[in-house]
Design a protein around this ligand. Structure first.
Ligand code: FEO
Length: 401
């Protein structure tokens, strides 16, 4: 893509990765992604972030429409993860920058990614400013949003905030701005991104948003490193959405995810779903065979309840279910109601194991755990339906709706 001037003298020089479907090796990105990077033309010529390894040629080509790499003076590294610093080594070699700005944790970690001992790394203190001519760049540490090294860079003269992964979305598009696309679609992608990348750090998000609110920065453009950028009133939209996500307030919704061998567990899950729906709860029923674990997490994220199911297999649960549970638990979703069902042939450990997963996720567990030998009979399915009704009552009590 050609550069896009986002403010006078400030250019988007990112790369659109149309075909990225596996984001960071663990999350599905059904609509691709972008690696946003920026070039600021002032008395000092500055790169803000770079792009993913493998996208160097597109990045350098885009930059070359504006300047020669060897004319770059400063490189700001808001984040060391390879989707943004993947071609840093190449850019340092081409640009020979006077300074490379990183956060305190970036300074501690940069040599573990690169042979950077001879690089002109400048570790910035939180709030430190550097003049680049008519403009100032001010750096804010945003540790654990979502890595230890993350920081935001603010340009007060342009009211421009570069936020690294925060506010990002996995959207590959020719459009660059949120206001060029459906707000609902963007919000949905922001939530998917948040659910799969940021959820464990929600308390940090709240703290960061409160700190920034206290700083009263005059911001009229927010530029994340993935997806579309926010301008004007959309900046408030981005901040509101992140506060909403970080609070993890559940909806009247349940996500039921399960694996099944001969459809017994699936029948039980469907009966629980019917009970929930009969009480007006919205449900998502997701087989782990048909759904990627990151899509399951996206639905779990705003659900008040999760219902998990697996048959017993080799004295455990099916491996697809173990995968989904490992992933979901790792993202530490908060404030969930949980229930478990499963079928078995002889030893029957499944629901005990599923229940242990619910406990590890600090779910409020709704009894009974229901297990069926070989095939759920009519009474067992009625019991599953009734479990759905009980979960619905607990959801309504939790959400107050
Ligand atoms: Fe987009 Fe944490 O990398």
């Amino acid at each position: 893509m050609r550069p896009v001037e986002i403010k006078e003298g400030v250019h988007w020089i990112g790369v659109v990765d149309w075909n990225c479907r596996n984001f960071h090796g663990y999350a599905r990105s059904a609509n691709g992604t972008t690696y946003n990077a920026f070039y600021i033309e002032d008395e000092k010529k500055v790169l803000v972030d770079t792009v993913s390894k493998g996208s160097e040629s597109q990045f350098i080509c885009s930059l070359s429409h504006l300047t020669k790499p060897e004319e770059i003076d400063y490189i700001v590294v808001n984040h060391l993860e390879p989707d943004h610093a993947g071609c840093l080594e190449k850019m340092v070699e081409l640009c020979k920058p006077e300074k490379i700005f990183v956060s305190v944790m970036g300074g501690k970690n940069i040599a573990t990614f690169f042979d950077s001992k001879d690089w002109p790394v400048h570790v910035v203190k939180p709030g430190e400013e550097v003049s680049i001519g008519k403009r100032t760049l001010r750096f804010y540490e945003t540790r654990m949003l979502h890595w230890p090294d993350n920081m935001f860079t603010f340009c007060p003269e342009d009211k421009l905030l570069f936020t690294s992964d925060a506010f990002g979305q996995n959207i590959a598009a020719s459009e660059r701005w949120v206001d060029e696309m459906s707000k609902e679609m963007v919000a949905d992608h922001m939530q998917q991104y948040y659910a799969n990348i940021i959820t464990p750090y929600s308390s940090k998000v709240i703290k960061t948003l409160e700190t920034f609110a206290g700083l009263n920065l005059d911001v009229d453009m927010i530029c994340p490193d993935h997806g579309l950028m926010f301008r004007g009133e959309d900046c408030a939209f981005a901040l509101e959405k992140y506060m909403e996500f970080a609070k993890q307030e559940p909806k009247n919704k349940a996500t039921l995810f399960y694996d099944t061998m001969w459809s017994s567990t699936e029948s039980m899950i469907n009966a629980v779903a019917s009970g929930l729906v009969s009480e007006g709860i919205s449900v998502k029923v997701m087989s782990v065979k048909a759904n990627h674990h990151s899509d399951i997490m996206s639905e779990v994220f705003d659900s008040a309840a999760i219902v998990i199911g697996s048959p017993t297999h080799n004295n455990g649960i099916l491996p697809g279910m173990a995968d989904a549970l490992t992933y979901v638990k790792g993202l530490r979703p908060q404030n969930k109601i949980g229930a478990a069902v499963g079928s078995f042939g002889w030893s029957g450990e499944c629901v005990k194991i599923l229940n242990e997963w619910l406990e590890k996720m600090s779910c409020d567990i709704i009894e009974p755990q229901i297990k069926a030998k070989n095939r759920p009979d009519h009474d067992t399915l009625k019991e599953c339906f009734q479990l759905g009704v009980s979960i619905a009552a607990a959801i309504k009590e939790k959400t107050g709706k």
